[in-house]
Design a protein around this ligand. Structure first.
Ligand SMILES: [Zn+2]
Length: 321
């Protein structure tokens, strides 16, 4: 196994503090001393993740082990899921959120797996995806092609940059960013291929959840080593804004601490809005600064980093308890 020594994926600082009580075997979860981001410092490199921690095998084995060890917990968890599913009239939560937005158009699912989520999208969406696993990408591509879209088999950043600038109306990152070694670079790439005023839907485990504080290292959000980022509501907002994106919706229920997961809607400001934001942040109101801010926001070379990758996603099984 090839491990890399990661700097902070948000601010690139190498100054970290170990997160006492949250390390398992030789895996080191740390807190960035500069921006407080929590992450796995010694993470497997891209090739190792792709070859040795392939999503299908890893997630099935982990689920089987957990269910065997905690039968009562999973009976309760499954019952709760069924109740929530019933009250949602059998709809997936992301579909419910998107319907309220009245969105339509080109949709890219990052780490789309076998394309199931895309296949559940209403017909007003044309499904596209990026998936690193060849067999999963093949399945997803078949599903998407029947509806006019396609799937690119590649790492997230390399895959996203194959789409034109301002291409997508919607990008989905569901149970994805916690696996991504370079989450900020992927968000920047998403910002590049998202239309102005387009939306990104994000779902990640909530490191600030009550369940994590109660269960400690046994919290199901810990998945060594394929979960490499541990977002809190604060750190998720920081990273999204660093990627030049706006938080559009992140209300109390989206980040409620009784849930293991949190949901966020992000949008890409229009060029005019982006310039104003950059201008205000800089405190400089000259025409030159406005022009400079636009070029920063629109320069694809700044938004794309070939080092980044996507990892297959593993959804956090537990939710509200
Ligand atoms: Zn940092």
């Amino acid at each position: 196994m090839n491990l890399i020594d990661r700097c902070c994926p948000h601010c690139q600082s190498t100054q970290t503090s170990p997160l006492e009580g949250y390390n398992k075997e030789h895996w080191r979860i740390v807190t960035c001393e500069y921006c407080d981001f929590v992450y796995l410092r010694n993470a497997p490199d891209y090739t190792t993740l792709q070859n040795e921690f392939e999503w299908e095998a890893n997630s099935k084995a982990e689920r089987k082990r957990r269910r065997k060890n905690k039968k009562i917990y999973y009976l309760l968890s499954d019952a709760l899921k069924r109740i929530k599913f019933f009250f949602r009239n059998g709809q997936r939560k992301e579909i419910m959120i998107l319907e309220k937005l009245n969105l339509s158009g080109k949709t890219i699912d990052v780490g789309c797996g076998d394309g199931f989520t895309l296949s559940q999208m209403p017909s007003v969406f044309t499904p596209y995806g990026v998936e690193i696993s060849k067999p999963l990408a093949k399945l997803a591509n078949e599903r998407c092609q029947s509806r006019g879209g396609f799937v690119i088999c590649d790492k997230a950043v390399d895959g996203l940059k194959q789409f034109p600038q301002d291409f997508a109306d919607l990008i989905i990152m569901r149970s994805y960013l916690e696996h991504e070694i370079n989450p900020l670079e992927v968000l920047k790439s998403a910002e590049y291929c998202l239309k102005p005023n387009g939306v990104i839907l994000i779902k990640v485990p909530n490191f600030s959840s009550i369940n994590r504080k109660m269960k400690g290292i046994n919290w199901p959000g810990f998945r060594f080593p394929d979960h490499v980022n541990y977002f809190t509501p604060v750190s998720l907002v920081k990273m999204v804004e660093t990627a030049n994106l706006n938080v559009r919706r992140f209300n109390f229920l989206d980040k409620i601490s009784t849930s293991d997961n949190m949901w966020m809607l992000v949008d890409k400001p229009s060029v005019e809005t982006s310039s104003k934001i950059s201008d205000n942040k800089n405190g400089n109101h000259t025409p030159e600064s406005i022009s400079s801010a636009k070029s920063v926001a629109l320069n694809p070379e700044d938004a794309l980093d070939p080092k980044a990758k996507s990892d297959p996603k593993v959804e956090l099984e537990e939710d509200t308890i």
